[in-house]
Design a protein around this ligand. Structure first.
Ligand code: NAD
Length: 307
């Protein structure tokens, strides 16, 4: 039968691509409930959905930061049935910690972590009763490895990972599957917003050296990384659909194979020295090592693209 998939944060980026891709499935396996906080921003999704609009895809309002909005949306569905939850809504944040307010950090956690907790609380009891369901969560490679100037964002994704890793065990008892999708860089609004904020960020809250590291090392390099290794939202959507249709979905799925060595590095050394030294050297010691790494990644990407 067709499965009902509820996706959050569908006005742009990965959420939009996942919703549209599911709705246009040639085998018509899905009924998509594409949700967004602000229905005024439905234009791009409607365009991407094309003929599937109001057939295999319906658009509904859902604010991940509001329990009542979530409840209202789920209550509006026949039998409140959600077979697959794709928790995608999320915010980004980069920059020196001293330049970020606690309020902005709380807002980020309210979306990235508590948004997930609210949604799962709403759909899990029904999934348990039906003894079926799949909770799919857009995490990030930064949910397994922290990266420079991404302290708060990475922390929010670690929270998401810990939550799902814990939940997955009891969920499985009720035949409910859990999957963390972990993209590397993806070229979306997310990236644009984060860099826009970074360019205009007031760096007076931090010392000159930190500001310089952020402006002159971090920003140019991470832009290069997005430009060279960044995936499209459609690529991530394609892999998310694979995960959803997998008979035995994995707990974790990395979308960008180029980031797999990073995870391996982490698990290879329980003291944490190996990844710490590597990132330190890559950032501060050897421009050459960094450029060589980039060159190697380019090469791997070309080889990978031919498979
Ligand atoms: P995006 O900014 O295009 O999409 C995020 C969406 O979430 C937006 O449509 C936004 O309106 C929505 N949103 C924000 N707060 C919301 C709320 N309270 N309720 C409902 N919707 C809300 O960026 P994206 O890259 O498509 O990000 C989607 C997910 O992918 C995020 O969880 C992000 O952390 C994750 N991710 C992105 C990247 C990347 O490089 N772009 C990498 C790894 C993971």
């Amino acid at each position: 039968g067709t499965r009902r998939v509820l996706v959050t944060g569908c006005s742009s980026g990965i959420g939009l691509a996942v919703a549209a891709r599911l709705a246009k499935d040639e085998l018509r396996r899905f009924k998509v409930v594409a949700t967004m906080r602000d229905l005024g921003k439905r234009g791009p999704l409607e365009k991407a959905a094309g003929d599937s609009l109001n057939k295999t895809l319906e658009i509904k309002q859902l604010d991940a930061c509001s329990e009542s909005s979530i409840r209202e949306c789920v209550n509006s569905l026949p039998d409140r049935r959600v077979d697959v939850l794709v928790n995608n809504a999320g915010l980004g944040m980069i920059g020196p910690l001293e330049c970020q307010s606690i309020d902005a950090m709380k807002e980020l956690f309210d979306t990235n972590f508590f948004g997930l907790a609210r949604l799962v609380k709403e759909v899990l009891p029904d999934m348990k009763r039906r003894q079926s369901g799949h909770i799919v969560v857009m995490s990030s490679v930064m949910g397994t490895q922290g990266l420079l100037f991404n302290d708060v964002y990475s922390a929010s994704k670690f929270a998401v990972e810990g939550f799902c890793e814990s939940l997955a065990v009891q969920a499985l008892k009720f035949n409910i599957k859990t999957t963390l999708v972990e993209p590397g860089p993806v070229v979306t609004e997310f990236e644009r917003k984060v860099y826009e904020d970074a360019e205009s960020m007031d760096l007076s809250g931090t010392d000159k050296e930190t500001a310089k590291i952020f402006r002159e090392i971090y920003l140019p390099y991470s832009k290069k990384i997005f430009a060279s290794l960044g995936q499209t939202p459609e690529e991530v959507a394609e892999q998310t659909v694979k995960v959803i249709t997998d008979k035995e979905p994995p707990l974790r799925h990395q979308t960008n194979r180029l980031y797999m060595p990073m995870t391996a590095l982490k698990h290879a050394d329980p003291t944490g020295r190996l990844p710490l030294d590597s990132f330190y050297k890559m950032t501060f010691k050897h421009d050459k090592v960094f450029n060589a790494t980039l060159a190697m990644l380019h090469l791997l990407k070309r080889i990978g693209g031919k498979k």
